[in-house]
Design a protein around this ligand. Structure first.
Ligand SMILES: Cc1cc2nc3c(=O)[nH]c(=O)nc-3n(C[C@H](O)[C@H](O)[C@H](O)COP(=O)(O)OP(=O)(O)OC[C@H]3O[C@@H](n4cnc5c(N)ncnc54)[C@H](O)[C@@H]3O)c2cc1C
Ligand code: SF4
Length: 344
């Protein structure tokens, strides 16, 4: 804010952001990573003992990547604000398969653990704008993630109550499949999904867009059970806590609440993924093809999802999508193909 109004006279700088991944990479500096200490060694020993006694974990054991105490959390915040915030805005909605962190802050885990006060993170970003270290469109976008999204999601958790997590408005009952529960993308053909599952296996984290556009979108299209997906996200992610999942998974990603949180389902086909990620060029499948050997499961899955959920036609925000569905000449073949699909 500057006085009573927004800095530079605008509340929202989305039109300057939302760029696709740049061909040469973002060029942003690496994130801050912790040096492991004796506590990490002790925890690892304990986990190894549990595993030897039969407890099953998912994901790979690797160096810790997220701040785990107050001192580390402040170092991670300082490094992000100083070196990475400047480029947060332009690429916040893009996915670059060569760069797992892009310009994201990796601060959700320390915030959720109570090691950083969200308001202190916001103030640090604001200060970077005032002192000329970061551009307004990045600072505005980052601050909105926290006082907009994070806070909204927190309040929705209490507002919607305990039963919200059992919502299943689209009657989605498919169990979460093996590559998700094992965090192993080996048997997955779809490059975007394979790579995302492998990254979670390695880091317990991917940024917001793979969570929403790849994992959530896939689960929505394939009708994975919402409560199972909610629990899977809690188990698989380093920042997974019960309060943050329901609005993000049940509401925003799976539309299982019938529209209490979002005005329309977040369903996207391969063409959108090919615009906002660079996965398609290395994929054996083709985002433009919906029927046939090389059909992209996101493109075919998008149309099948619309056809399966005709009750969404009355949502005026879906009218263009349903107009497109009416024009499809090969819907019968597409339905037959997708009904027989056993892998992705
Ligand atoms: C399906 C799905 C599952 C998610 N699961 C989690 C989760 O388990 N834990 C979690 O903290 N966030 C979750 N999010 C929100 C968001 O994806 C993560 O907060 C973010 O990717 C964490 O990385 P970061 O700290 O680098 O975030 P940045 O991109 O740097 O954003 C800054 C901060 O904004 C906040 N934020 C932004 N969007 C959201 C949101 N939708 N909900 C809550 N906080 C938000 C986070 O605190 C984050 O640290 C989920 C989103 C989706 C769509
Ligand atoms: S072609 Fe389809 S499955 Fe392959 S990377 Fe692109 S969107 Fe994903």
């Amino acid at each position: 804010m500057e006085g009573d109004g927004p800095a530079q006279g605008r509340w929202n700088f989305d039109s300057e952001n939302r760029l696709p991944p740049p061909a040469g990479g973002t060029g942003v500096k690496e994130p801050w990573f912790p040096k492991e200490n004796e506590i990490d060694i002790a925890v690892r020993e304990e986990l190894d003992q549990l595993e030897a006694s039969g407890v099953r974990f998912i994901g790979k054991d690797g160096p810790r990547r997220f701040a785990g105490n107050r001192e580390e959390a402040l170092a991670a915040l300082g490094w992000f604000v100083e070196n990475r915030l400047e480029l947060f805005g332009p690429y916040e909605d893009a996915v670059d398969g060569r760069d797992w962190t892009m310009s994201h802050s990796l601060l959700s885990a320390p915030m959720n653990l109570g090691l950083l006060d969200p308001l202190e993170v916001v103030r640090a970003a604001e200060e970077a704008y005032i002192s000329g270290k970061a551009r307004i469109e990045s600072v505005e976008a980052f601050i909105r993630q926290i006082i907009g999204w994070r806070d909204y999601v927190w309040h929705l958790y209490w507002h919607f109550g305990e039963d919200y997590v059992n919502s299943n408005a689209l009657e989605a009952h498919t169990p979460v499949p093996k590559p998700f529960s094992s965090l192993d993308g080996r048997d997955v053909k779809a490059n975007c999904l394979k790579h995302t599952l492998d990254l979670i296996g390695e880091y317990g984290w991917v940024h917001h867009i793979p969570r929403l556009m790849i994992l959530g979108n896939h689960a929505l299209q394939r009708g994975y059970n919402p409560k199972e997906m909610n629990d899977w996200f809690i188990d698989a992610f380093v920042d997974g806590t019960p309060w943050v999942m329901p609005a993000n998974v049940i509401g925003m990603s799976l539309y299982a609440d019938g529209g209490r949180m979002s005005t329309k389902p977040y369903a996207a086909g391969g063409s959108y993924l090919s615009k906002m990620t660079n996965y398609c060029s290395d994929c054996p499948l083709n985002p433009k093809i919906r029927v046939g050997e090389n059909a992209c499961p996101f493109t075919a899955g998008y149309w099948k999802f619309l056809d399966d959920n005709q009750q969404l036609r009355s949502n005026h925000r879906m009218s263009n999508a349903y107009a497109g569905l009416r024009r499809l000449s090969d819907l019968e073949q597409l339905r037959a193909q997708e009904s027989g699909r056993t892998s992705f």
